[in-house]
Ligand binder design. Structure first.
Ligand code: OOG
Ligand code: MG
Length: 265
């Protein structure tokens, strides 16, 4: 099927409105290809950039079996991060901006310099523990592969801990996710494609194919090492042995109510 520009624009408007009004929507029509879905993602990002947001990096999705099994999707996907999604370490995550937020323990890489078409490897110069907030714009967190690509891989917010220079082998580090001090997920960075470093060539290939820019200082999120956990008000911590910790606090405004955590997978 060939998807015309109006269909892409309408889908992008629907997802964009769902995101900034924190109102869930139904899935997209069946028959979209991954290429159509990335075109919708482009259009969603163009709307955000049009409102003054700036690119801050890229994230990979479904790089671990835990995530693939949780969501029923088994292909690596990429989404865009913007500066509006960034929360400083120890900062607040305003939960009423989201529909049914979930949190994932991740590791991050930093891009050392602008990537050019001649680069056959991603130039990275630092690594850090990270946490990602995902928030599908689809009702009940249910989606197909094209749906989730179009929805910018459920990107909502991210927090990066202190950067460390390269040299730490990220291949098999213990990962722990806690909510208000209680452990909710544990795992290993080895869950991420066997070794998080393997996400970098996978990312470069998809970013090239889709024309996604990679600039000095951009953040790369390698993907959740465990299943995602519903994010409720309170403190969330990610600890990666040998790499460090990062935390943030989910908050609700005085007039807002905590979002439902959803019943999806
Ligand atoms: C899609 C985002 C997946 C990851 O780390 O695998 C992702 C989703 O699960 O809604 O961020
Ligand atoms: Mg993630």
């Amino acid at each position: 099927m060939s998807t015309d520009i109006d269909t892409i624009g309408r889908a992008a408007d629907r997802l964009d409105t769902a995101q900034h009004t924190a109102t869930p929507v139904g899935q997209l029509p069946e028959g979209l290809t991954p290429a159509d879905a990335y075109a919708i993602q482009d259009a969603v990002i163009a709307r955000r950039l049009g409102r003054g947001e700036r690119p801050a990096g890229l994230k990979l999705g479904f790089t671990s079996k835990a995530k693939m099994a949780q969501m029923g999707v088994s292909e690596v996907i990429v989404g865009r991060l913007t500066d509006a999604m960034r929360v400083p370490g120890g900062g607040e995550i305003p939960l009423d901006r989201f529909i049914h937020p979930r949190v994932e323990p991740e590791v991050a890489y930093r891009i050392a310099r602008d990537v050019t078409p001649d680069d056959d490897e991603l130039p990275v110069d630092a690594v850090a523990p990270a946490l990602e907030i995902i928030d599908s714009r689809y009702r009940d967190f249910r989606f197909s592969l094209p749906d989730v690509i179009a929805d910018n891989a459920s990107s909502a917010a991210f927090v990066v801990g202190a950067w460390r220079p390269l040299g730490i082998d990220l291949g098999d580090l213990a990962v722990r996710l806690t909510l208000d001090g209680a452990t909710v997920e544990t795992g290993s960075t080895s869950a991420i494609l066997g070794h998080p470093d393997r996400t970098l060539p996978a990312l470069l290939e998809i970013a090239r194919r889709q024309g996604m820019p990679l600039r000095a200082g951009h953040v790369i999120l390698a993907g959740g090492a465990t299943a995602a956990a519903p994010l409720a008000p309170g403190r969330v911590d990610v600890h990666v042995t040998g790499l460090g910790s990062v935390s943030a606090t989910g908050t609700v405004s005085a007039t807002g109510t905590a979002p439902a955590t959803g019943t999806g997978r």
